[in-house]
Design a protein around this ligand. Sequence first.
Ligand code: EPZ
Length: 430
Amino acid sequence: MEQYIIKGGNPLVGEVEIGGAKNAALGILAAAIMTDDTVRIDNLPDVQDIHVLLEAIGQIGAKVERIGRTTVLINGSEIGSISVDYEYIKKIRASYYLLGALLGKYKKAEVPLPGGCNIGSRPIDLHLKGFKALGATTRISHGAIIAQADHLKGGHIYLDTVSVGATINIMMAASMAEGRTIIENAAKEPHVVDVANFLNSMGANIKGAGTDVIRIRGVEKLHATEYSIIPDQIEAGTFMFAAAVTKGDVIVKNVIPKHLEATSAKLAEIGCQVEEFDDAVRVVATRRLTNTNVKTLPYPGYPTDMQPQIGVALSLASGTSLVTESIFENRFKYVDELVRMGADIKVEGNTAIIYGTEKLTGARVSAPDLRAGAALVIAGLAAEGITVVDDIVYIQRGYENFEEKLRSLGAEIEKVSSEKEIQKFKLRVG
Ligand code: EPZ
């Protein structure tokens, strides 16, 4: 099993390029099969989740041609199966976006029900509620959801909970349903807007993405397009927090600052200097961070995918902070690992009470999930001594070339897979 080994203490200094947004790319890749023409997608993030979804798309019969690390051509004209293999949904839940895409195009789809996940049960009842509102029947048989409709007709859908996945999945199916669909209480995340813009570039008629009411007029067919995915604001925010906890000075390039407003505001609140440019943000931290309180909310509120990262920063801040996780029920699994590095944190329900400590000390820790794993790497960068992070396969799902990008900023970090390599690293860094 591969691990990251880190020697903490180096301030991160320099510039880092952000890749394409994983959570936009997953919806866009699924939507790409909805036309029989060839679609070209640029600025794909080079991460495991994308590779898996492209395999799943190939498995149902679409033609997938990778052109370089971040560009792909997809042609869905020869899709022979509307049934996605379990192995793909087991690897990434977002394979369920093929439900909305296949239902919209073929009026039938069969996708294994995604299991639970480390951060919560993550039901998909709202996705199914939306499909039913479009006239589809949905049933669960042998662990798979089968959604089908003789005829998809626009409907009026109110999402009880703001859901990124349900908004994207319903938007895809509705884009080829007859008539008008309204999605109320829709998610407003930048990646929802990116999927809507992508569908519109294929000839869909979607208005209001980015607000809480999305209006869609269905079309008969979708056509070819060339599209470039927005930058990943979660990858960007992760590097911004890495700069903050190491008292560094980092320019995060190829971002849309507006997408980072909640993160930038919190970093400024805890004592960082944050400077915005057209397509970059600079974070400078010269002294010890100070405490604050934060509650995760749907966009434009503070993102849940940035909760572990701010948790690490606040564990080193002066004073006591409260972090409240309002989206998922189990997103504090990193706390136990952080306490082993010297943090003083108590989790009560969906709130972590964080008593800031002067320093963290390196330890052997394990990544419980994608963003918590990245947060533990950030903790290792700030900690005194050596940290080894196990189970980095989670981190590789959503961060491209993570250790290379951190090393280019001055971090002492390597990917290792043996005790021998760990010893060699320890000898080298002294
Ligand atoms: C997306 O997950 C992201 N994943 C998550 O990022 C992100 O944390 C989440 O949105 C919130 O921003 C992708 O985009 C692939 P939701 P999603 O539906 O769509 C409840 C990462 O680190 N809910 O907005 O699954 C749900 O349980 C990942 O990149 C229902 O009750 O999130 C949760 O409490 C982690 N029924 C809340 O809504 C449903 O049918 C928000 O979930 C759907 C969701």
